[in-house]
Design a protein around this ligand. Structure first.
Ligand SMILES: C[S@@+](CC[C@H](N)C(=O)[O-])C[C@H]1O[C@@H](n2cnc3c(N)ncnc32)[C@H](O)[C@@H]1O
Length: 331
């Protein structure tokens, strides 16, 4: 983290509002991914969260943060689930009379659609809601002020593209490809005292299809080839080994749990069309920024057809990927 706030960080918000192409309507893959680890999060709270310690202080507020919360509804469901389990723990430990109040910090880039987020807050909720605009690569919270930090499907977004990607003379020059790596997509959050870290990985194939569609469109003269070559998704898929090294280098956290799970099994109903809409909800902003808005409908029509053809060819379910679930504890 750095507290350098001189420049506004790059941001690529999910599609805003609640229309047909919005993230709100097209994020049930991410929700299924959360559901896959829900029982694990419950276990972690049961095993690792020291509510006795919390209740012995004069502190009467339990503060949670969701880093990269987007526009919901996933964030509301997860935050409420976590609160429910923490409350159960207070009760099962005979600490019901020390039950804290809960405050949830919803964090995302300033360009996130916070209006839609807050307009869709569940009317019946057991927490105080607070918005925290800004990049989680910067300082967002006072020292030691959070009890639980959560982040899902957000840490794979880089704050900046590596400069080599745009240098034609570099080995990393990404001609004709739109993403830098495939494999695991890592989402990680430092937590005080507990942090839930999760990651996910749609297969590289999805991004490759997108790249192929862009190349076809360039061949047909709908876009300029040079634009395709300079387009890179600022997404990096870190491996479990890299994540471990990062945490060790940081030195503030212990890795309590780390495992790979497969949300794909829970999203059997994710049709080709739904997959396309999910991708559009997440990437329309960044693609429009580079190529303009005119190509969007055409690009995603092509993507839908291309992935459907391959889907039929493979005669198997679309593999929507794996995810890395990490739990870190503040040392
Ligand atoms: C795919 S959405 C995931 C939303 C939500 N966590 C979920 O699981 O449905 C990723 C979100 O992370 C946010 N994000 C990415 N990098 C970020 C950063 N550095 N700081 C804050 N938010 C960030 C994006 O703006 C986006 O809203």
């Amino acid at each position: 983290m750095s507290n350098n706030t001189d420049t506004v960080p790059e941001s690529y918000p999910m599609n805003s509002g609640d229309g047909t192409n919005s993230y709100t309507k097209n994020s049930y893959f991410q929700r299924a991914a959360t559901n896959v680890v829900k029982a694990k999060i419950d276990d972690v709270i049961a095993e690792k969260l020291d509510v006795k310690k919390n209740s012995s202080t004069s502190e009467s507020t339990f503060r949670l943060a969701d880093l990269g919360c987007s526009v919901g509804p996933n964030t509301f469901l997860t935050m409420q689930n976590i609160i429910d389990v923490v409350q159960q723990k207070y009760q099962s430990q005979g600490l019901a009379s020390h039950m804290p109040e809960f405050q949830v910090f919803f964090n995302d880039h300033v360009s996130n659609d916070f209006n839609t987020l807050f307009a869709s807050l569940p009317p019946r909720r057991s927490f105080f809601a607070t918005g925290v605009p800004g990049s989680f690569h910067d300082w967002l919270f006072p020292e030691s002020s959070l009890h639980f930090v959560y982040s899902s499907y957000a840490l794979q977004w880089l704050s900046k593209l590596p400069e080599e990607l745009l240098n034609k003379n570099s080995a990393a020059w990404n001609k004709g490809r739109v993403h830098y790596a495939s494999g695991l997509m890592v989402l990680i959050i430092p937590g005080i005292p507990n942090g839930i870290h999760r990651s996910s990985a749609p297969t590289g194939m999805i991004f490759d299809f997108l790249g192929l569609c862009l190349i076809d469109m360039a061949k047909e003269g709908l876009i300029i080839e040079a634009q395709v070559n300079t387009f890179n998704l600022p997404v990096y898929v870190a491996s479990p080994k890299e994540m471990t090294q990062l945490v060790e280098t940081n030195g503030c956290f212990n890795i309590e749990r780390m495992e790979i799970t497969q949300p794909g099994a829970r999203v059997d109903g994710l049709s080709g069309q739904a997959l396309t809409k999910h991708l559009r909800a997440g990437l329309e902003g960044i693609i429009s920024k580079h190529f303009g808005t005119k190509i969007i409908d055409e690009l995603f029509d092509r993507f839908s057809k291309k992935q459907q053809e391959s889907f039929n060819l493979l005669e198997s379910k679309y593999n929507v990927g794996t995810q890395l679930f990490m739990v870190l504890k503040r040392i």
